[in-house]
Design a protein around this ligand. Structure first.
Ligand code: ATP
Ligand code: MG
Length: 424
């Protein structure tokens, strides 16, 4: 017996009924990002492994434990992308988009991480990324955060907390890092194994450990915000003022960090208490050193990555409105003449009314079975055409959802009737 074929663990199918929410989210996101002047960048799913080692960092969980890496037949070391920013920066450098200019871009697609699958945590998932390059001032930090807020508003989802922190300049963080290592070293024997290891490689990450014993130690750790220099403090204050001006609420979370040296100033995360343990929907921050780190010209940058599956879960949970994608109309047809006429009519109706979703019966069948298919399609109305109706150039219009009696409609009046009945 051959083994039953199934999707790879942690990688999900999205079925047509559920795809409505995805289509809606993509449409709204493209509109919102466009409204802020961001252009879409479409990138390959596979990049050189080296890119992620340098961009995400060799000492991160993502690169250390979660990447899908392989050699292709030519012996190149490649990886399925575990996030989008690295590719955006790679492409920006490669196409000369980052030389002495501002760029506002967004990007979306599947990303891959070998994690333990559970609700809200998958091995293939999807992100939406927004990135702005070439702008060092805090106004762009505010803009990028405001874009996420606009997206929540347009989708009708609520209940987020915006967590905010500042890592300051690399110099300020170096100082802080030393103070943090000194403090944590005093408690080294009580730290969890991951945190012990990070003490040497990436000590800031100890701050966001989820292990209770480590968290207790972290409570007494020196505070990053106490180590900010004047320039960093002013930047952070300006971001907070800008958010205040737009009426965007936030809370300061001193434990919110990025471990790597090219992260600077603002870091933020949109979290929710409605999704259980997987509470982060959108995470971002300023990465002024990243472009240079990847071989480009020194260029400030800021952006966020948003987990689409978690946002979709929230849309479903909050029953936010999603336009349906079921057919409006199911066209039943009987007899040789009527079948040909219906086929032509269906093409005409779709051409005249691009918003109309019309399923044309195929594969024959009697009235009963065609009406059953019509019902299963989710359509609101059936059009019924037999040779008798065809001879008179009319069609029967029948509600499938108890919205009025059936009636005969001349072909010429069909477009107007459907627009009226369906509110297109
Ligand atoms: P987490 O702490 O939940 O692992 P992360 O810090 O690894 O998140 P980022 O790398 O910042 O996440 O990715 C941005 C967003 O992508 C997250 O805020 C989350 O919404 C989503 N995300 C991350 N990992 C997964 C996953 N395995 N499955 C589904 N969504 C994910
Ligand atoms: Mg993670």
């Amino acid at each position: 017996m051959t083994q039953k074929l199934q999707a790879v663990r942690g990688m999900n199918d999205v079925l047509p009924a559920d795809a409505a929410a995805w289509q809606h989210l993509y449409a709204v996101a493209a509109e919102v990002f466009g409204a802020y002047g961001y252009g879409e960048l479409r990138l390959p799913v596979v990049e050189r492994t080296e890119l992620f080692k340098r961009a995400v960092g060799e000492v991160t969980d993502v690169v250390e434990k979660e990447m899908y890496s392989f050699q292709d037949r030519g012996g190149e070391n490649l990886s399925l992308r575990p996030e989008l920013t690295a590719g955006v920066v790679r492409a920006g450098i490669e196409h000369g988009l980052l030389y002495n200019q501002q760029q506002r871009v967004w990007c979306t697609g599947p990303v891959f991480r070998y994690e333990r699958p559970q609700a809200g945590r998958y091995r293939q998932f999807h992100q939406l990324d927004v990135e702005a390059f070439g702008i060092a001032t805090p106004d762009i930090d505010v803009e990028v955060i405001a874009i996420a807020a606009a997206l929540w508003r347009r989708l009708g989802v609520s209940g987020f907390t915006l967590q905010l922190n500042s890592l300051g300049t690399p110099e300020a963080r170096m100082q802080y890092r030393a103070a943090l290592v000194e403090y944590l070293s005093r408690y080294e024997s009580s730290l969890d194994e991951d945190s012990k290891r990070r003490l040497g490689t990436n000590p800031l990450r100890v701050l966001d450990s989820k292990v209770p014993a480590t968290r207790e130690i972290v409570v007494g750790a020196p505070r990053l915000l106490d180590h900010l220099d004047a320039v960093s403090a002013a930047h952070f204050e300006a971001v907070q003022r800008g958010l205040g001006d737009l009426g965007i609420d936030y809370t300061i979370n001193q434990r919110l960090v990025r471990g790597l040296d090219y992260y600077t100033h603002t870091v933020f995360e949109w979290t929710t208490n409605q999704l259980g343990a997987q509470d982060a929907v959108c995470a971002g921050g300023r990465y002024d050193g990243l472009v240079e780190q990847l071989g480009g010209p020194a260029t400030p940058g800021i952006g966020f990555g948003l987990g689409i599956e978690r946002l979709i879960a929230l849309i479903a949970l909050q029953q936010a409105a999603v336009p349906g994608n079921a057919s409006h109309v199911y066209f039943c047809r009987f007899g040789a003449q009527a079948e040909a006429a219906a086929s032509k009519l269906a093409e005409q109706l779709r051409n005249q009314q691009p918003r109309l979703r019309l399923t044309l019966n195929a594969g024959g069948g009697g009235l009963k079975s065609q009406l059953k298919r019509a019902d299963n399609s989710g359509a609101r109305y059936a059009l019924i055409l037999g040779d008798d109706e065809a001879a008179q150039s009319v069609v029967q219009v029948k509600s499938l959802r108890g919205e009025g009696d059936p009636f005969l409609c001349p072909w010429a009046e069909l477009p107007a009737q459907l627009v009226r009945l369906l509110g297109l």
